[in-house]
Design a protein around this ligand. Structure first.
Ligand SMILES: *Cc1c(COP(=O)(O)O)cnc(C)c1O
Length: 362
């Protein structure tokens, strides 16, 4: 079975000597390797400061704090995402306000965001679902007009671009996940790409108990709630090596994604994603809309290809459904959407097989 997601790790002869070195170096906590990983990740993204963390969920949690979200506030979000996006909103005691999705992409709809903004709205979380960039330009305009900060959850979209610039360049706070099945894994890990230098300094303190690592322990005075969210040298060592491979890995996702885009056009019962102008997806999953999705999934699975909707729409979780709303666009999209594999492990022959199967019908 060709899986929908698969972990990439550097070859053994590259990874194991470096791992052995760091494991027995006498210093495996947050140190030089973490510092090096952050600077190298910044270089990859091309703007801002990297605050490395031990998960993408920790990144969302700190991003919400840095955006100034408090108990009783509201955060506008999308139900079409992995649960951590929305669970994190509850971690700061805020309530979730759903915006509907755009039927073209499945991503949060700017018009719907504008319709649900109210005096309690303190932040907007947007998700580049499956690696498809959000409508960056319109969301930036809304953020400016209402003076509400945007957090971009780019856990699926490392290496995706808008206007030739990678995710991490467009909003004040962009979060990434380095969990096992994302484009880049450090086994577990995450980061916030923070454009503002002062917010970055604040983030460093929050990630480590509220303590300032630049001061001696006895000179420290905790003045706000912090957490134990930092990355350690072992995960950072893996991340540093992963960054040597990331361009070639993401290139594979994109080549496969573009090939599928070009070959699956005009097939009966298939609707392709209509990407926003000047945006380049990084195709963490290949997404399409199909008629009779269950039959499509069975047909693909009978032929050795995993196909799935993968995520449960988050408004179906009681705990997350703070403000039940009718979401007609999501109803339409969620009914038809399906993901098929397109990552680094998928060959051109695999793509051709999928194309042939889909053309035959289900
Ligand atoms: C994976 C993921 C996260 C959380 O990342 P972890 O590193 O698993 O905590 C957040 N948002 C989305 C959309 C994700 O897919």
């Amino acid at each position: 079975m060709i899986p929908l997601v698969k972990t990439f790790l550097p070859p053994k002869n590259v990874l194991l000597p470096k791992l052995e070195e760091i494991l027995y170096s006498g210093y495996i906590a947050q140190g030089q390797a973490v510092e090096d990983f952050e600077r190298k990740f910044e270089e990859y993204i091309g703007a801002g400061n990297t605050l490395s963390l031990n998960s993408g969920t920790a990144a969302l949690h700190i991003a919400l704090i840095l955006a100034g979200v408090n108990e009783g506030d509201e955060v506008i979000s999308t139900p079409l995402t992995a649960e951590p996006t929305n669970v994190a909103i509850k971690m700061v005691g805020a309530k979730i306000r759903w915006a509907d999705v755009d039927t073209k992409t499945g991503n949060i709809c700017p018009t719907s965001i504008e319709n649900v903004i109210n005096e309690k709205t303190k932040a907007i979380i947007v998700v580049d679902y499956a690696g498809i960039p959000v409508d960056v330009e319109r969301i930036q305009q809304i953020s400016k007009k209402y003076k509400i900060p945007v957090i971009e959850d780019a856990a699926h979209a490392l290496g995706a671009k808008f206007n030739n610039k990678k995710t991490g360049n467009h909003f004040p706070l962009t979060i990434f996940s380095f969990q096992a099945i994302k484009h880049l894994t450090t086994i577990d890990g995450g980061a916030i790409q923070i454009l503002d230098d002062d917010l970055y300094e604040k983030g460093k303190i929050i990630r480590w108990f509220g303590l300032d690592k630049k001061l001696k322990r006895l000179e420290n005075n905790i003045t706000e709630q912090g957490f134990k969210y930092h990355m350690n040298n072992v995960n950072a060592t893996i991340g540093l090596l992963q960054l040597d491979f990331i361009d070639q890995i993401i290139k594979k996702y994109i080549e496969n994604g573009k090939y599928l885009d070009s070959q699956l056009k005009g097939i009966n019962g298939v609707e392709l994603i209509d990407y926003y102008p000047d945006s380049e997806p990084s195709y963490w999953l290949y997404t399409l809309k199909v008629d009779d999705r269950d039959a499509f999934i069975s047909m693909m699975e009978r032929n050795g290809i995993m196909a799935s909707e993968l995520h449960k729409r988050n408004d179906l979780h009681t705990f997350l459904n703070d403000n039940p709303t009718t979401l007609p666009n999501l109803n339409y999209f969620y009914n038809k959407m399906v993901h098929i594999p397109c990552g680094w492990w998928v060959s051109k022959d695999d793509c051709d097989k999928m194309i042939h199967l889909i053309k035959q019908g289900w």
